[in-house]
Design a protein. Structure first.
Length: 222
């Protein structure tokens, strides 16, 4: 009796694992397919009004982690090359003492991007929220989304699904840190499942809020 029950439990576990693996594989293939024609390098990406930089870890002293600094450097290069006219920095500021957008603003401004060209989104709690808020709160219809190379396909696919004409540029310099790079790359498989859920549910961002004119104001500077 016990062995029969155990075999059934094992079979059920295997079946559930296979089903979960299939869902993850299909979600990952969708993200790759939806973004395939829209991922570029800094030099060949088409111009857009805005660069959207997705947040990542900020240290206790307020400085961006190397992964986030690499994203910001790409945005700085895009601005310096005239590829974009404004930079929207979107990240986590759920807790008062932890401010990704503020750290990103300071990093860019310290390196020559004018203050009026940098707009902060303090409720970019994940990739879906950042893309949704770029469209629905900041009124952005076309942008270049910037992250690490393993993340960009998901970001581009989500932004495009949410009605933003998005291209993407991904950093590869952080691949020199082999362990964290591959750990983050592997986490993308789980993130693909979440992306599929977000798309199928059509959920609102965690915090939607009222429309903001920061991007439009930056672009009106000429």
């Amino acid at each position: 009796m016990y062995r029969t029950w155990l075999r059934r439990v094992v079979k059920l576990g295997i079946a559930m694992a296979m089903a979960g693996g299939l869902v993850t594989a299909e979600a990952s293939m969708w993200l790759q397919s939806a973004s395939r024609d829209y991922v570029y390098g800094v030099d060949d990406v088409p111009e857009a009004p805005v660069a959207l930089v997705l947040g990542a870890q900020v240290y206790d002293d307020g400085s961006p982690s190397p992964f986030l600094a690499a994203r910001l450097e790409i945005a700085r290069q895009l601005y310096a090359a005239g590829k974009v006219k404004a930079i929207l920095v979107s990240g986590d500021h759920m807790d008062w003492g932890y401010d990704e957008p503020g750290a990103m603003w300071l990093w860019l401004n310290d390196r020559g991007v004018p203050a009026g060209r940098i707009i902060e989104d303090h409720a970019g709690f994940d990739t879906y929220d950042s893309c949704a808020r770029a469209k629905r709160v900041f009124g952005v219809d076309r942008l270049i989304v910037v992250s690490q190379a393993f993340h960009v396909p998901r970001a581009v696919a989500l932004c495009r699904h949410l009605g933003v004409d998005a291209a993407g540029v991904g950093d590869t310099t952080m691949a020199q840190f082999h362990a964290p790079w591959w750990q983050a790359s592997l986490r993308e498989y789980g993130a693909a499942d979440k992306a599929a859920f977000d798309v199928l549910s059509g959920r609102d961002p965690v915090f939607l809020g009222r429309p903001e004119t920061g991007v439009q104001d930056a672009l009106l500077q000429g």
